[in-house]
Design a binder for this molecule. Structure first.
Ligand SMILES: NC(=O)c1ccc[n+]([C@@H]2O[C@H](COP(=O)([O-])OP(=O)(O)OC[C@H]3O[C@@H](n4cnc5c(N)ncnc54)[C@H](O)[C@@H]3O)[C@@H](O)[C@H]2O)c1
Length: 340
């Protein structure tokens, strides 16, 4: 059985603790957090060791794999120590504060030969898995638009990053994953209303190289939590709710063929609406299962460093566009990320 550990037992890390503790393929040997009471609370009821210094934990426990769930600004320094000891790691999203720091983590992991996965958890949401499966069968024919709404109240504990890096990276990654396409250019309007230093509202437009338009409606200024995605194509529209894991299919009654190559688009008429049935699962459990299997089977993780760098780079370009009020092209990022 492989030995797992968690570094950082705050809001997200304690979920990693809970999920590892319930897995049969790993033994949760330790957690580390400078805030001892947070670590004690996170591990209450589990047989595992608590450390306040994560380097001591790594040296004493020699875990095979580690989740890094410290605030984003510390990802690079923690990842450096983990990778330096040859330990496989899952770093929470976003990979780092900047593309430069993210690239350092990716290169260190590649040089040391350790698996690096990044916690873009929404890919593992069964609603997204189901939509991806259906898109691969070309159920919607040609795609027109993909639209993400991710709205929440303001989380006062997040001071190191803005809403684009913290939340929009989820949707950027899901869009790339579903479309299998890279981004050509972005345009964004951003606002800062409640955050001390960063933006907390994004209205973003993304043009993918396959022609699909992405819309990002993301903020920390809404007094209710919304997590939705729509995918619109000639066959109709899928609507996914990440929170309930429900998927609805609104059919275009005019579409006759479903093959992208042969369909003739005749316009749109309202058709049936179907709630799709599929197996639900906790996304974090699916993510950690996937990480553990990648380590065990010596496979490339499902969300790798390149994916995380693309999400990070695009997030930075959205912020850049928000400040410059001009579209920003992504080709330089694609080329830089693809160099390795
Ligand atoms: N995948 C997701 O959906 C998701 C959701 C929430 C947060 N996150 C990510 O998880 C990370 C942590 O976010 P959070 O909301 O849990 O933050 P948090 O502030 O609630 O918790 C962070 C914890 O890390 C600890 N910490 C700080 N420095 C440390 C160090 N050097 N070694 C060990 N522990 C250290 C802090 O004491 C704290 O307990 C962030 O990168 C965030 O973006 C991801």
């Amino acid at each position: 059985m492989m030995k797992a550990a968690v570094i950082g037992t705050g809001m997200m890390g304690r979920n990693h603790v809970r999920v590892y503790a319930g897995m049969e393929s790993v033994k949760l040997v330790a957690v580390a957090d400078p805030n001892e009471s947070s670590a004690m609370a996170a591990t209450h009821g589990y047989r595992t060791t608590v450390y306040t210094d994560f380097t001591r934990m790594l040296d004493h426990e020699c875990p095979d794999l580690v989740s890094v769930a410290v605030p984003t600004q510390y990802h690079t320094e923690v990842a450096r120590e983990v990778i330096g000891r040859g330990i496989h790691l899952l770093v929470e999203k976003p990979l780092a504060l900047t593309q430069g720091q993210g690239r350092e983590i990716v290169e260190l992991a590649a040089d040391r030969g350790v698996k690096l996965m990044v916690g873009h958890i929404e890919r593992f949401n069964p609603a997204i898995v189901e939509i991806k499966r259906r898109l691969q069968k070309q159920d919607l024919g040609r795609l027109f638009q993909i639209h993400a709404r991710r709205l929440s109240p303001f989380p006062a504990r997040i001071q190191d990053v803005g809403v684009v890096l913290d939340l929009a990276t989820h949707d950027i990654d899901v869009m790339r994953c579903l479309l299998g396409s890279e981004v050509e250019r972005v345009y964004a309007e951003i606002e800062r209303k409640a955050h001390r230093s960063c933006e907390d509202l994004l209205s973003g437009l993304v043009r993918f190289t396959n022609g699909v338009i992405g819309v990002l409606d993301i903020n920390w200024l809404t007094p209710t939590k919304v997590r939705q995605l729509t995918v619109l194509g000639e066959g109709g529209m899928y609507l996914a709710d990440y929170l309930t894991q429900d998927v609805y299919w609104y059919k275009n009654s005019q579409t006759i063929t479903t093959s992208a190559a042969s369909s003739i688009f005749r316009g749109v008429w309202e058709g049936d609406m179907v709630k799709i049935h599929f197996q639900k699962k906790e996304p974090l459990r699916a993510e950690l299962d996937s990480f553990v299997e990648a380590v065990r089977d010596n496979r490339e993780p499902y969300v790798n460093g390149r994916d995380a760098l693309m999400a990070l780079g695009m997030a930075q370009k959205l912020v850049e566009s928000g400040h410059s009020h001009a579209p920003v092209y992504l080709q330089p990022i694609r080329e830089a990320v693809c160099q390795r």
